[in-house]
Design a binder for this molecule. Structure first.
Ligand code: C2E
Ligand code: CA
Ligand code: CA
Ligand code: CA
Length: 292
């Protein structure tokens, strides 16, 4: 399927030799392809034109009802297409080779934001950044990350990286080596979208991560489906037995929260507590909590 995707996108553009520029040709130019082209072209300019923004979503500790970390989610307001979803433009960034630059930009902004919050006198907040497989496999990534930490002077414990289970399972042995290097830098590591990537307990034991995020697709149905509820509690139990912090994604209802609390899940993230919001709103949420 990945190959097919690659073949498809190769029809829309060719990477110009040696440079960063892309040349485009479109044999069957329909609306959809035109939009794709506009997006890929636009992505190059988005960084320069300041069209990208970071949104932050709290990961709330269930025992305390408070948050100490947030996930960064990228937002793009395209001048003509409007709000473009990261589920659409991240895959394009991956295919077009822009993902490296984009990820480093997000990481830098995240580091700067943590500093800014600390300066404002907020209690420390850890920021989690999504990193795709392409990055994980690149040897330059660790170097760039090390440079970034040195340059921004951020204590690495306030930075977290989320990597999906399916990316880790593409080549688990290589992934373990990379995770070990990242862990040595002192940053936190999380397995994202857990439950969708078919890893085994044997692998999970070998991944040197701090936390595990249960995919939203399980949480969505825990109230209706006994099956999903059972799977979810098994994942929580498994994670806890490996001393991992277990986080449930996409928590939208009080019922889901009650179930997760009962099952000793550590943290929840989702619309129930907060949508992804801007940096100022995080300050407001955090300050309100302190006042209570
Ligand atoms: P993800 O890492 O699994 O992020 C969680 C997604 O679930 C986010 O969608 C978030 O807005 C959404 N969400 C959070 N709580 C709820 C809820 O209660 N209900 C529902 N229905 N959805 C909820 P978003 O922001 O559209 O991002 C989609 C995906 O795009 C992310 O999935 C991630 O894979 C990718 N992505 C976003 N930002 C970045 C980035 O900076 N770098 C990379 N490589 N990928 C990113
Ligand atoms: Ca994530
Ligand atoms: Ca996720
Ligand atoms: Ca997801």
């Amino acid at each position: 399927e990945a190959l097919l995707k690659k073949a498809n996108s190769a029809r829309y553009y060719v990477r110009a030799h040696g440079g960063n520029k892309h040349q485009f040709y479109a044999p069957e130019m329909d609306e959809d392809i035109k939009n794709r082209l506009e997006m890929i072209n636009g992505l190059h300019n988005a960084l320069v034109r300041d069209e990208l923004q970071l949104s932050y979503q709290p990961k709330v500790n269930l025992a305390e009802g408070e948050f100490h970390s947030v996930e960064v989610l990228l937002r793009w307001s395209h001048p003509t297409l409007g709000q473009v979803s990261p589920s659409d433009f991240i895959p394009m960034a991956e295919e077009s080779g822009m993902i490296g630059e984009l990820t480093l930009w997000v990481l830098r902004q995240a580091c700067l934001q943590v500093h800014a919050w600390q300066k404002q006198g907020l209690p420390p907040i850890r920021v989690a950044v999504n990193v795709s497989g392409h990055q994980l496999q690149s040897s330059d990534f660790i170097t760039a990350l090390t440079d970034l930490l040195n340059e921004t002077g951020l204590d690495p414990q306030w930075l977290e990286i989320e990597i999906t289970e399916s990316v880790l399972m593409q080549s688990p042995t290589a992934a373990i080596a990379t995770l070990n290097k990242l862990r040595k830098l002192g940053i936190h590591l999380a397995i994202d979208d857990f439950g969708t990537g078919y890893s085994s307990l044997a692998y999970l034991k070998r991944f040197p991560v701090h936390s595990l995020k249960i995919d939203r697709s399980f949480i969505k149905d825990i109230e209706q489906s006994e099956r999903y509820a059972t799977i979810t509690s098994s994942i929580i139990e498994m994670g806890k037995s490996l001393h991992l912090t277990v986080i449930a994604e996409g928590v939208e209802t009080l019922g889901q929260m009650a179930f997760l609390k009962e099952q000793n899940c550590d943290e929840i993230q989702g619309f129930l507590y907060s949508m992804p919001v801007n940096a100022d709103e995080i300050v407001r949420l955090k300050t309100n909590l302190q006042d209570q």
